[in-house]
Design a protein around this ligand. Structure first.
Ligand SMILES: Nc1ncnc2c1ncn2[C@@H]1O[C@H](COP(=O)(O)OP(=O)(O)OP(=O)(O)O)[C@@H](O)[C@H]1O
Ligand SMILES: [Mg+2]
Length: 242
């Protein structure tokens, strides 16, 4: 019965044959990926393989052109939707390096985002109360939301990595699916994804269960590339992290 339930569960995010160009150059060359409700999928790949491009395209960044394929979210084709409409419907791109906005505190930023997404007014006090509940759930310290968005941190230490992993695990449920994009497998020591996909040169070249992370750790992307008989693309060779 459990298996039947899994199979019939709706795909929250469905990417089909997605081709994307940036400045006339094809970066994504036919991506197929489906994340169901309650699932965590990890997307891994070497520098320059197209991971960040996919994240940007999913959120609707306009400088990326979809030349073929579709993105569906909760059953609706969102390929032509603007970024704010996607956000309102519940698609959320978490960022590791928040943009620096001097004078904008995290709490004000979150309250504005909440009002825009939900279309409802909420007093500063009521919002703080709600936020506090969620922060307790995730183990985020009080001082965090009073910080300004120009105090970003480079990278995550092990404790922060654990906190992120725990947060994802607590949030995951019938209403949420997660696509976790990462270059390194270390966060997968703290969160076990349902599926792992490896992207190379704009394509998903391998998908598998959580054990794939360990295989990758041993072989590296180079070893996997050799196994699969693939060539390193110029973009991957010169890859600058974005
Ligand atoms: N805005 C852009 N303009 C021009 N080229 C771009 C742009 N964004 C991405 N690219 C190119 O697309 C390719 C894929 O880049 P992308 O940043 O998506 O890779 P990535 O997998 O996220 O790499 P990393 O692990 O280094 O973050 C690279 O060749 C990159 O130079
Ligand atoms: Mg990237």
């Amino acid at each position: 019965m459990a298996q039947t339930a899994t199979r019939t569960k709706a795909a929250m995010l469905e990417i089909e044959d997605l081709h994307v160009e940036v400045e006339g150059k094809e970066i994504l060359k036919g991506i197929d990926l489906a994340v169901r409700q309650g699932e965590v999928h990890a997307l891994m790949g070497p520098n320059g393989s197209g991971k960040s491009t996919l994240a940007q395209v999913l959120m609707g960044r306009t400088s990326y052109t979809i030349t073929q394929g579709t993105v569906r979210f909760r059953g609706e084709d969102i390929t032509k939707w603007t970024a704010d409409k996607r956000a309102q419907q519940g698609l959320f791109l978490a960022f590791q390096y928040p943009t620096e906005i001097p004078g904008v505190s995290v709490v004000n930023f979150l309250r504005s985002a909440f009002k825009a997404a939900k279309g409802e007014q909420i007093s500063a006090l009521a919002f703080r109360k709600r936020l506090k509940e969620k922060m307790n759930l995730l183990g985020v310290e009080d001082q965090m939301v009073n910080r300004f968005l120009d105090e970003t941190d480079s990278g995550l230490d092990i404790d922060s990595l654990k906190a992120v992993a725990t947060g994802i695990q607590q949030l995951i449920g019938p209403d949420l699916g997660v696509l976790l994009i990462t270059h390194y497998q270390r966060i997968l020591n703290y969160i076990t994804p349902d599926r792992i996909h490896v992207m190379m040169d704009g394509k998903i070249v391998l998908s598998g269960g959580p054990e794939l992370a360990h295989e990758l750790e041993q072989k590296g992307y180079e070893g996997l590339r050799k196994d699969l008989g693939l060539e390193e693309s110029p973009a991957e060779r010169s890859g600058v992290p974005r």
